[in-house]
Design a protein around this ligand. Sequence first.
Ligand SMILES: *[C@@H]1O[C@H](CO)[C@@H](O)[C@H](O)[C@H]1NC(C)=O
Length: 375
Amino acid sequence: MRRLNRRKTLNLVKELDAFPKVPDSYVETSASRGTVSLLAFSVMAILTVLEFLVYRDTWMRYDYEVDKDFTSKLRLNIDITVAMKCQYVGADVLDLAETMVTSAEGLVYEPVIFELSPQQRQWQRMLQQIQNRLQEEASLQDLLFKSAMRSSVTALPPREDSPSEPPSACRIHGHLDINKVAGNFHITVGKAIPHPRGHAHLAALVSHDSYNFSHRIDHLSFGEILPGIINPLDGTEKIAEESNQMYQYFITIVPTKLNTHKVYGDTHQFSVTERERVINHAIGSHGVSGIFMKYDISSLMVTVTEDHMPLWKFLVRLCGIIGGIFTTTGMIHGLAEFFVDVICCRFKLGVYRRPEVSVFSDPACIHCSSLTAHF
Ligand SMILES: *[C@@H]1O[C@H](CO)[C@@H](O)[C@H](O)[C@H]1NC(C)=O
């Protein structure tokens, strides 16, 4: 009984065989079909290689969602050089929460020379060129994301010479932890002193004529510092013609989660619009001279993910290529054979029909002779 059952199922499975074996005597090969097969195999090989290249390639996917993290602090990284002596300038942050982040916490004031050394100048030129290219081609940003961590060109190299002149500029660098609300980072004359209603800068001791807010931004970023990422303001240099100049940068920060094969991190992209004007109360241009960076944080968060084709998709596509080419070439060959047959046979018929008598007398034609014998 059990044996019978097994034989039944075996027969059933046999019925399902989609690859019935064709006896060798039925298999016929021809030169034309061989050529077509060779062509098909070549096309297959080329397409497989191309498909493999696509499989190896990666691309950036951008996803947007609402940023729910409002409680954590945001780090502001800055490296800026102002053409004024350190004792005359002060930097601090004022935000909507009305809390003042005093400059003493994370910023270092370092007396330097404003002019760059030749090597540093070269580095800055390169940075500015990259910035220009970035504005023209957005796809370059993807490349930078991909190559992040591979390079670390984002820091200004140290001076290679030791100049004799005394330092007359001030390099303010370091980081500040700011609240995730809109705020204002500024550098103005005088050190900031806390005040019950906001804050004030002690500027009385500095003469107006000695103001010079020419500045160079070597680095400005928010969040984690990722080497290889170039921020929009890096490499900016502004030379003030007048002493009472006001520079404003309006910054919109977009939190960005970077998730590539090489780097995983929270960073913040930002866009900037700039404005500068001369403070002259006589002509109605009021304000305070200095460098002001107003920032606002977008509530949308961008997740940048480096994507690639999964292996299963690659295999499915490979099967598609191989099967598809086999079937298609088979069909095309069949069609071609059919047309060749039609044209050929018409032609042959024409040849044979003309000398009607000689058909019967042709000794080579066995069929014909048997036909005549029949008659
Ligand atoms: C400010 O300093 C820069 C660099 O040293 C200089 O080129 C510029 O002329 C100065 N501007 C004023 C108004 O003194």
